[in-house]
Design a protein around this ligand. Structure first.
Ligand code: ZN
Length: 240
């Protein structure tokens, strides 16, 4: 079975549609949260994910936009977008969907969280020390995380090793336990503006890393037209 793996959509419907087009041959998709925040199309993104009826977990921006996390955690631009999303945009149906998302869940033998197993919604998993702590409290063969918007893998083999997945490359979760972060669909931060996503190949026990071109300029223009901070549009063109 092939399972699409997406995270950090951030109200960017242009990027989401481009990635879903690439995943249309997958039997399933998994979403690691942050459907909303930063971008101009929160309801469209929530509606699209909801309509797919896929396993999804709550992200920190999702939590903030339904009043479950203080905006004090956010930088000023993120806070402006979160407040706009919460107070002016989100429909009742979108709010209800986000409110129903668990902070962690298991599906098909994978452990899903937005941040990390010990802080499911808020911890940024960025080093081998944190990854080691996650492996310790979690028995699953593959832990799937998002939140940093940067593709990154931790492998448990003679300690914990960190590696950056290359586009088109595959990493086994059968030989060693892994923590896999596919990067961000709607706001990549690794210097590549293309939408990042991954594909799980369960028959081979491996995960592959991919990118999708999308209409970045329209996503940027929509952010500016919505009256959101211009920098949130400009950063999409830089992948930062
Ligand atoms: Zn995010």
């Amino acid at each position: 079975m092939r399972i699409g793996l997406i995270s950090d959509i951030h109200s960017n419907i242009h990027a989401l549609e481009a990635v879903l087009e690439r995943l249309k041959d997958c039997e399933k998709t998994i979403c690691l949260g942050d459907l909303v925040g930063y971008g101009a199309h929160p309801n469209e993104c929530v509606g699209r994910v909801k309509g797919l009826e896929i396993p999804c977990v709550l992200g920190n921006h999702d939590a903030a936009c339904i009043g479950l996390l203080s905006l004090g955690w956010f930088n000023p631009y993120a806070a402006i977008a979160a407040r706009w999303t919460m107070e002016e945009e989100l429909t009742r149906s979108s709010r209800d969907y986000l409110r129903g998302l668990p902070r962690s869940r298991r599906t098909d033998g994978f452990h899903l969280v937005h941040g990390s197993p010990r802080e499911p919604t808020t911890e940024y998993l960025t080093d081998t020390h944190q990854a080691g702590a996650s492996f310790e409290i979690c028995a699953d063969q593959a832990i799937l995380v998002g939140h940093t918007h940067v593709p990154l893998v931790f492998v448990e083999r003679d300690g914990v090793k960190e590696l950056v997945p290359v586009e088109g490359g595959w990493i086994s979760y059968r030989e060693s336990r892994i923590i896999y972060n596919p990067g961000g669909v709607g706001q990549p931060r690794d210097g590549d503006p293309r939408a990042a996503y991954a594909i799980i190949d369960t028959s081979e026990g491996r995960i592959g890393q991919f990118r999708a071109e999308y209409d970045v300029e329209s996503a940027r223009a929509d952010i500016i037209e919505a009256g959101l901070p211009r920098i949130l549009g400009d950063r999409l063109t830089l992948g930062r």
